[in-house]
Design a protein around this ligand. Sequence first.
Ligand code: IDP
Ligand code: MG
Length: 154
Amino acid sequence: MERTLVLLKPDAVQRGLIGTIVARFEHKGLKIVGLKLRQFPVATVQKHYEAHKERPFYKALVEFMTSGPVVALVLEGKNAIEVTRKLMGKTNAAEAEPGTIRGDLALSRSNNLVHGSDSAAAAKQELALFFPEASEVCEWNAPEFPWVYSPEER
Ligand code: IDP
Ligand code: MG
């Protein structure tokens, strides 16, 4: 089982899409093991997007991500990182495939509703940044688990 960090960006919260987007992940079968709503400090968001520091959109991105509350989630499942990225769709929401979260619910390159870790290394760093305390992540047995995966997949 793998874990990934998902952020529902300020546009998702302001547009009243928290429930809709969380439901996409739940319905897929991913297990929610961490969940919080918070307006994150600028320093946290700057660190999170450090890889984009030299990009022209970096300043606007940090301003956007700190402009209001964000929902941070820890999702768990087999290949959770890749599965989550597929569900999100392409970065530019106008080009994202229908059926994906961005493809169905957004039109913008910047206001694209969701963030998901893009590699195991990124997930490790991002989970430590947004969920620093072990007590913020819950180990629990989802009763549908035996139905989500076959015995050999578990
Ligand atoms: P990702 O969120 O699909 O992984 P990244 O390339 O890592 O996409 O970019 C991080 C975030 O920066 C995007 O989700 C989007 O909010 C913003 N962003 C990316 N490219 C652009 C751009 O060309 N203009 C404005 N904002 C952008
Ligand atoms: Mg990215």
